[in-house]
Design a protein around this ligand. Sequence first.
Ligand code: UDP
Length: 477
Amino acid sequence: MDPPPLHVVFLPFMAQGHMIPITDMARLFARRGVKSTIITTPLNAPLFSGKIRRDAQLGLPIETHVIEFPCVEAGLPEGCENVSAIKSPDLLIPFFKAMAVFQRPVEDLLRNWRADCIVADVVFTWATETAGTLCIPRLFFNGTGSFVVSVLHALKVHETCNGLESDSEPFLVPGLPHEIRLIKTQLPPFVRGDQSDSGIRELREAMEESEVNCFGTVLNSFHELEPGYAEYYRKVMGRKAWLIGPLSLGNKDGTEEKAERGDVVTSIDERECLRWLDAREPNSVLYICFGSTSYISDSQPCEIAGALESFEELSFIWVVKKGESLPEGFEERTKGLVIRGWAPQVLILDHGAIGGFMTHCGWNSTLEAVAAGVPMVTWPLQAEQFLNEKLVTDVLKIGVGVGAQEWSRGERKIVVGREDIERAMTRVMVGEEAEELRGRTRKLQKMAVKANEEGGSSNSDLKSLLEELKSLKDKKL
Ligand code: UDP
């Protein structure tokens, strides 16, 4: 009798930027014959379970398992099961801390299922210990690439932020393969050493400990994108890592699956969106979206609108979040498509009419732009986005920044003016520099596709990871 297949359990953090890549990863594992179970909560399951059900109907060994999240008991408002439901930045740390409630039920499930491995997101700081108790490997997923972790590591070991005199002077991050210069205000408070953010610092320490002690890390990235940093992560930081991305490419999704990433319903019918794009010239449309949770200051939509109005010939698709308002008459005066709510981002980026992407540099958005061969206008806001920007603009040279300098989860003091926005848009959309940026991005796009094909780097990393998990299981049996 054949031995039972590997059973891998996936536990994504409840935010679109984490659930989307982990769902893709689970589907990718299932395509390789691994029994894949994604654990999530009642309000998050519908965000991806349609796709999982379809894969299961096609015969893939994949399922979603729902467990309750007692948010009120955890000190959160009723129904607050996803980062996008958090209305005040003060609730972010309590939300992270509430992830502790999953330890007991997940441990029971892993034991009952006799699971062979758990892929747990960075916020589940207890997962390494739980996996240890059950004698199974815990794989770590942090939703970023190796560049970010390398920069954070270099800043920490060289204690770079301690000696900084100026908030506004660029400084060099020591010990990295490239000359990376940052400004103190672009860094998250816990990196700057801001004492007021001690909650997050403690959490970061717990996250690091669970990462250092776990079996290894799966990264949504590919070797050719950041070779020096994959090396840094493995050699300098001494971590075991498998680069298996871009995960958005791994399952070779068609229109329906691409349109269904991350939300039950997009705010626009995908056929209408494609018809609109089909009627535009190649590379002529700028796509603007700031991710699923980041907040741009109240004054910024007006500045973006001003830049778009003065760049008259530019077509655009602008994803506007609920609560963000545009100037009176703007939509009637311009050549754009405004999507209020959730857009089918990958479907849009993959269309030939898209020539540029104004992005907050979330890691998924950055990789999706690379996978689509679309250069970026970079506008980081918070989290590790300013570091992703450096990779895009200074290392890969596939984007131009608007000049954002201020890390914040809320309102900002510095407004990015329309002239700066228009300048960056122009450099990415028209002229010789735009062609060069596009040429470099397309080269990386080809590498990303190749990495996912038979014999490609991500494909090989995935194969060797699964072989290692199988041999661990065999030894146990
Ligand atoms: N996304 C989308 N439609 C939207 C906004 C976001 O499909 O209207 C997807 C996007 O394609 C990406 C994810 O949501 O996969 C956002 O992740 P990212 O890491 O870029 O940013 P975050 O939201 O985590 O800040």
